[in-house]
Write a protein that binds this ligand. Sequence first.
Ligand SMILES: [Ca+2]
Length: 138
Amino acid sequence: MSTTGALAGSEDFKPVAEAVVGDSWVDREAGVVYAKGIGTHANSDIVYRLDPADVRFSATVGVDDFQRNSPYSSVIFQVEADGRLIYEWPVMRGDSEPQRVDLDVLGVQQLTLRVTDAGDGNNSDHADWAAPTVHRLP
Ligand SMILES: [Ca+2]
C-alpha cells in the first residue's frame, strides 16, 4: 500500500508522507527494520477504496523511533471499515511496544487508517503504519 493509492489523506501537522528506507522505524530496538510504511503525524486520516477481492489488512503500528525518548508522544491508532470502528489500540507512547494489526476486511469498501492525538495535543505524535498490506484473493 502507498499513500498514492489513497482516496484521501489529511494530517494536522504536515502532508501525509511516504516513509522511506532508512527512515526511523517503530521497532529498531527489536532489530526489525521495515522497508515500507506510512509515516504520519497525528491527527491523520488515510482513506483507501478496497477491492471486493480484498480479504485482510495487516500492518505493525507504533510511535516512530525518532520519538523513542520523547515524553510527549501519545497517539491512538484506529481502523474504520465503512465508518465502523474495527480496531483501536490504547494510547501508545514513544517507548510502547509496536503492535501487529491483522483485520478481516472482506466486503469492506472504504478503509480508514486513523491516528488521533490521544486527546492531549499532537506534540511529538509521529506515528507509523509499518508494512501496511492489503491481502487480496488470487
Ligand atoms: Ca498526543
